[in-house]
Design a binder for this molecule. Structure first.
Ligand code: MF3
Ligand code: CO
Length: 254
């Protein structure tokens, strides 16, 4: 399948999918505190998604067994919620969620502090979020895709962290994963030319230590090889002639 350019009607549906997802993240953020389980977060997220008549897109995707990916500390992405996994003061928790509204998808991730966290971990969370905003400065029609990748990588590395190589962002629309792939590091070449109507899930995954990761025995949970912490930040973004439109983000929400 190749890159899809969305019609005005499709964009309208994706806006709604994104608007709802921003609320889902905000509602999940409100319940984060020491003592709850990662399954409690999944349950809350799924409940809010369904309350808007949406479908949790991750549930059963390639066999993934939950609605929300909950990844704690050295878990990078795709952590599987578990009622026995209790989060504690000082943890950092990455939440990744996707919704389908009338056949159209949105995808977004946030990393949260549980209670008081170290300054170091707060900086990791902040740099990761900021790297997304550095990247999207280049997300406009006429630019090339890897300008986004390069901006993310340069910012992250200038701050002493590393970007994960084995996982990338992606186009999104009727499908969760569409072309193009969007690395958070600069490959050879300049990538495709961006056009208005492209919708992209841009998602830096940033490690405090080295970039290498591996996958646990559950076949899903991606962890850092050096066991240092990792953070994730993602939004679904619409390319326009001018500034990109952030479909899954609201300034007054998380
Ligand atoms: N946001 C992630 C991605 O873009 C999560 C999908 S993994 C899933 O790949 F299997 F849980 F859906
Ligand atoms: Co994604």
């Amino acid at each position: 399948m190749s890159v899809t350019i969305k019609s005005e009607h499709e964009i309208e549906l994706m806006r709604e999918a994104g608007r709802i997802l921003a609320i889902v993240h905000d509602e999940m953020a409100k319940i984060i505190r020491p003592g709850i389980s990662t399954m409690d977060i999944n349950r809350k997220g799924e409940e809010v998604i369904r309350s808007y008549d949406c479908i949790p897109s991750f549930l059963n995707y390639n066999g993934y067994p939950a609605s929300i990916c909950v990844s704690v500390n050295d878990e990078v992405v795709h952590g599987i919620p578990n009622k026995k996994h209790i989060i504690k003061e000082g943890d950092i928790v990455s939440l990744d969620a996707g919704v389908i509204y009338k056949g159209y998808q949105s995808d977004a991730a946030r990393t949260h502090a549980v209670g008081e966290i170290s300054e170091e971990d707060q900086r990791l969370i902040d740099i990761t979020k900021q790297s997304f905003f550095e990247g999207i400065k280049f997300a406009k029609a006429g630019n090339h895709l890897y300008e986004i990748s390069k901006a993310i990588q340069d910012f992250v590395e200038a701050n002493g962290y590393s970007v994960v190589r084995d996982l990338v962002g992606h186009g999104i629309g009727k499908n969760l994963h569409e072309e193009p792939q969007i690395p958070n590091f600069k490959p050879i070449g300049r990538g495709m030319k961006l056009r208005p109507g492209m919708t992209l899930a841009i998602e830096p995954m940033v490690n405090a230590g080295a970039f290498e990761v591996w996958v646990l025995e559950d076949d899903w949970t991606v962890v850092t090889r050096d066991s240092k912490n990792s953070a994730h930040y993602e939004n679904t973004v619409l390319i326009t002639e001018g500034e990109p439109e952030l479909l899954s983000y609201r300034e007054d929400l998380v």
